[in-house]
Ligand binder design. Structure first.
Ligand SMILES: *[C@@H]1O[C@H](CO)[C@@H](O)[C@H](O)[C@H]1NC(C)=O
Length: 318
């Protein structure tokens, strides 16, 4: 049958005429991009194993594993050292240059790779991501120094020293984790010095907010946020669900110590969500955010945890 005849037939049965490329690619699963986590590299044995499992689940799928450097040693180093804004720019160009991805793709971010992929969506999204799954990511940053008791001098000194360091210019340009360190007890300092997380969370004053970020993120078909219930690496673990510690109201300084667990501000109570700075509320109110928990320590991915998600949200053929 000639192409023209197929089109006539298609419109006769109510389908909209589509270019031949779309007709052909309809039989192939949507490609996938993976961004690995801290201390990993794009071609590590663990990551290759995950990729081959996914390929078995979705035969014929094209998978691209994001790298900052083709040399695995350097790629691993870049998960600790470097400027995250520059890394996101580099990856945006890398993804644009892969012909197989040009029609859009699904994406999986492991740990910090999750918020980096979100930055890609907000700042670029060209080609666009359809479904994004993030595993144990730090969407509201980390505040990983436990609170001190008011009179625990050593603890308080160490805490202040570390905080002074984490927000200094050098750390913010060169230490990857510092670029998503966010301590609600020192919010002013964070907003003044952090150029990555404060930007992609659109937390800066109104005149600095970027409406493109929200418009882009709201284009997703699904945002799947996976939290590890026994996560002791990410503090607080609820960061994976856009949760964070509250901003203390002065008098409570230090009251979080003494072994008591601090309260968490959940996603739907965050100003970022309530005022829809990044399109998260739009996504959620149209049923496109899924909060999932896996009973495990940080990134201890069991097949029962990740396989159903990858089956559902990756490799769509429609
Ligand atoms: C907002 O972000 C987009 C995408 O990164 C960028 O092109 C644009 O210049 C930004 N707008 C402002 C006002 O900063």
């Amino acid at each position: 049958m000639k192409y023209e005849n197929i089109l006539i037939l298609a419109s006769a049965i109510g389908a909209v005429a589509t270019p031949i490329q779309d007709v052909l690619s309809a039989s192939k699963p949507r490609p996938l991009v993976i961004w690995h986590g801290l201390g990993d590299s794009y071609d590590s044995p663990g990551l290759l194993k995950v990729q081959s499992s996914i390929a078995k689940m979705h035969p014929g799928i094209y998978i691209h594993s994001v790298y900052i450097d083709p040399d695995p040693k350097e790629d691993k180093r870049a998960t600790f050292y470097g400027n995250v804004d520059e890394q996101v720019e580099l990856v945006a160009q890398q993804l644009k240059d892969v012909p197989q991805l040009s029609g859009g793709f699904d994406a999986i971010g492991f740990s910090q790779g999750g918020q980096f992929l979100r930055a890609y969506i907000e700042r670029h999204n060209d080609p666009p991501i359809r479904n994004l799954i993030t595993f144990g990511s730090q969407h509201m940053g980390i505040s990983d120094l436990p609170a001190c008791k008011p009179y625990d001098l050593l603890c308080n000194l160490a805490r202040h020293a570390a905080h002074a360091g984490v927000y200094n210019e050098w750390a913010q340009q060169n230490l990857v984790q510092a670029q998503y360190f966010r301590d609600p007890a020192q919010l002013e300092q964070y907003l003044d010095s952090n150029h990555f997380l404060a930007s992609i969370n659109n937390e800066l004053p109104a005149r600095h907010k970027n409406t493109t970020y929200a418009a882009n993120l709201a284009q997703l078909d699904a945002l799947v946020l996976v939290l590890f219930t026994d996560d002791r690496t990410v503090v607080p673990k609820e960061s994976a669900w856009f949760g964070s510690y509250p901003v203390p109201d002065g008098e409570e300084e230090g009251a979080g110590g003494g072994g008591k667990e601090k309260a968490i501000v959940p996603m739907r109570e965050q100003p970022l969500y309530v005022e829809d700075w990044i399109g998260l509320r739009t996504l959620d109110e149209s049923g496109r955010v899924e909060l999932v928990s896996c009973d495990a320590e940080h990134m201890r991915l069991s097949p029962e945890c990740w396989k159903p998600l990858v089956k559902k949200y990756v490799g769509s053929r429609s």
